[in-house]
Design a protein around this ligand. Structure first.
Ligand SMILES: [Zn+2]
Length: 251
């Protein structure tokens, strides 16, 4: 049986008010089986999840399956409806949280005369272990899904926009959209147009006095502008073909 030795040192102060010497050390070595240590860890985690006071910095939420502290958070968006927040520990996320895993190889250049497919954000997934977070896009009215990696700040802003949470002051992308409107232009659409390696290229399309203009932006910015302006977010067809998976989500 594997065991862990824990050395416990005790100090005896003959005169408690005298903080320095003289003092005597007592030693005690405990040998605990690894299984017992794991069990103690589980009991402590359960106890903290049930009775512990939530931290002011990062409120710990229990995994919805096993009640251990959650590290993976999913927001499942329902367009026009109420979205769903879920939280898992690392172990349960591996078992219960499905993400499409497309193979991204080669280069998908911008096509010249192929259609574009509107997509919507189906899920935003935060994993506390990583700096980069995941977006799952789904073809509007279809079953093809794309996995997209973005920064934690961008993912939080996208979740915020999807939930339609009110803010006391305009956020950055609302400012972009308001600026476009103040200049007499409208946002027509935003879309992802190409990929080289893992880098995607996107743009925002504007219309001003009947004249079109295109602004080169990052995909997360294009998405945020589309969400804030309430216009379609598009992927060019070859990108959907190359980078999406169409397998159904496991029940
Ligand atoms: Zn769990």
């Amino acid at each position: 049986m594997r065991a862990v030795a824990i050395r416990v040192s005790l100090e005896y102060h003959p005169r408690l008010e005298q903080r320095v010497s003289p003092r005597t050390h007592y030693g005690l070595t405990l040998r605990l089986p690894v299984g017992a240590l794991r069990m103690i860890g589980r009991i402590v985690a359960w106890w903290r999840a049930k009775f512990g006071r939530p931290s002011a910095v990062a409120p710990s939420q229990p995994c919805e399956v096993c009640r251990q502290p959650a590290t993976v958070f999913e927001y499942r968006h329902r367009p026009g409806g109420v979205g769903q927040d879920r939280q898992f520990c690392e172990r349960c996320a591996r078992r219960h949280l499905w993400v499409p895993r497309p193979v991204r190889e080669g280069v998908v250049e911008r096509p010249t005369s192929v259609g574009e497919i509107p997509v919507e954000v189906e899920r935003v997934i935060f994993d506390g272990r990583y700096d980069e977070q995941c977006l799952v896009f789904r073809e509007v009215g279809g079953s093809r899904r794309l996995l997209f990696v973005t920064g934690a700040f961008e993912a939080a802003a996208i979740r915020h926009a999807l939930k339609g949470e009110p803010t006391s002051r305009p956020l950055t992308h609302q400012g972009w959209v308001d600026t476009v409107a103040a200049l007499g232009a409208t946002v027509q659409s935003a879309g992802v147009i190409a990929r080289r390696g893992d880098t995607y290229f996107a743009e925002v399309r504007l219309l001003h006095n009947g004249v079109s203009a295109v602004v080169d932006v990052r995909p997360s910015d294009a998405l945020m502008v589309a969400l804030r302006a309430g216009v379609p977010f598009l992927f060019v067809e070859p990108l959907i073909t190359a980078d999406s998976v169409s397998e159904p989500e496991p029940a």
